[in-house]
Design a protein around this ligand. Sequence first.
Ligand code: GYE
Length: 337
Amino acid sequence: MKISRVLLPVLVIAALFVIVSCAPAPAPTSAPAAAPTQPPAAAAQKTYKDMTLCYPQLGAESDWRTANTASFKETAQTLGIKQLVFSDAQQKQENQISAVRACIQQKVDVIALPPVVEDGWDAVLTEAKNAKIPVIIVDRSVSAPKTLYASHIGSDMVLEGERAAAEFNKMMPNGGAVLELSGTTGSGAAVGRAKGFRNKLNPNIKILDSQTGNFTRAEAVPVMQAFLKKYKAGTDFQGIFIHNDDMGIGAIEALKAAGVKPGDLKIVSVDGTRGGFQAMVDGWFQADVECNPLLGPQVFEMALKLMNGQTIDPEVLTNETVYYPDKAKELLPTRKY
Ligand code: GYE
């Protein structure tokens, strides 16, 4: 039989095709059925025992701060974390920035930062972000972009200022003049409280003067003394808004020395420390706006979530209230700070 030149290659290909399709199936390359593969192990969840948390505390300026530090140290112990890297920046931002940098070097798991002031954090927060160390801003706020930190846990300082204003509005329905003894200049706490106070204060109540006492008793005394030299208590002004209880206690010292008696002036303070409660019992403060320093448990819980890649709230505001003299005596022994 003569096969044409055209037909020959077609027949060869067809034959090859038959051979290939009849060939036995190649042996499977995967593991034999007798030894089935295990499902991939779930990523090991981190626990508190794995946690190194950095807390570059801003200072020790007030009873609020002392309670805040204690809350972090106690919580770290209770939870049994691996290490709490604690430092005290003595109210100096440059010390806090150095402490954060040391924590980045040490490759901590999470940084919880209570910023002394709002501005000036972008660079070091960027460094933490580049090192893949999440940062939780604690207590006061920062002005840095939200993309540079994981979350903020703390008080609504604006609301605190608004609550203080509401007290003056109630106590001084016919208007008058008040002084303001403000917290650390440029701090989220002082900026927020001042803003909230101005938001809500009735227009018939004038803010006669505002000076900082840097949140400390010691610095509040000379500021109050200077106020009392410049303005006559009860005549030029009828009230004082004080940004924290420690400064309130310093101010009382100066007021007493100048012969002012409890109740002569309307005084509203912030924090709700034992010292503030005592000042209400003694008749000096007419109201104390709560600011809760016991933030440790919430912060560690969030830090663990971050270590495990879980989702977290970008802002957690503390639930707070206002305290009055009528319940102060009864509540004083129950106060934790
Ligand atoms: O009110 C004050 C402290 O940032 C909320 O700082 C905190 C404030 C607090 O020194 O007592």
